[in-house]
Ligand binder design. Structure first.
Ligand SMILES: [Zn+2]
Length: 196
């Protein structure tokens, strides 16, 4: 069974991507946009739903937490834990049985939809777990707290090119289509510790 890296901070798009990739599912339009970024409204395909049924609800909820669903952003650009827990079960329903339009569950608007990653983290994940994955923390930062280096950004491209590149990133391949973030001083401080 494909394991979600809940405690390591994996976010929901990453897990759905890996799950579909592993099972040979071809349609990634539920999580990757036409401009090759992570999607704003996401859902689980009906015919992959059985894979999610094998996971504990608590694992899926943790993936939502890693996607910022239990946080809000302050004016200073820092994340804060919400005092009231969000409606996780309602959110899960939108994800698994999307009925509304636009289709699916909307991710919090402070989460960037750029494909960002830390090269050193990715290499360590592959060594330790046999696969790379994407952390929710990277969607609110341009800087890796663990390695103290700028994150890499996958350049915008068509959806299918981007899907190929995401696949290559989680296998640890080197890509020309990435660029390092140029950090300003404030970028080192906005990185919310809650996601680390
Ligand atoms: Zn790192």
């Amino acid at each position: 069974m494909l394991k979600p890296f809940t405690e390591q901070g994996e976010f929901i798009h990453s897990f759905i991507f890996r799950m579909q990739d592993t099972t040979g599912f071809k349609d990634f339009s539920n999580i990757v946009s036409t401009t090759g970024r992570w999607k704003e409204y996401i859902y689980i395909h009906k015919n992959t739903g059985f894979i999610f049924e094998r996971h504990n609800e608590s694992d899926l909820i943790q993936l939502l937490r890693n996607t910022g669903f239990d946080k809000k952003y302050t004016v200073q650009g820092r994340a804060q834990e919400l005092t009231k827990p969000t409606k996780y079960l309602e959110d899960l329903q939108k994800l698994i049985n999307p009925t509304s339009k636009p289709r699916g569950l909307m991710i919090p608007n402070f989460m960037s939809r750029e494909v960002r990653f830390c090269k050193s983290c990715m290499n360590e994940f592959i060594k330790e777990y046999g696969t790379g994955f994407f952390k929710g923390h990277w969607q609110v930062s341009k800087y890796c707290n663990t390695h103290q280096i700028p994150l890499l950004l996958l350049k915008a491209s068509a959806k299918n090119t981007s899907i190929q590149n995401i696949r290559r990133i989680i296998r640890g391949e080197l890509l020309n289509e990435v660029q390092e973030f140029e950090l300003k001083e404030e970028d080192l401080f906005v990185s919310p510790q809650l996601f680390a």
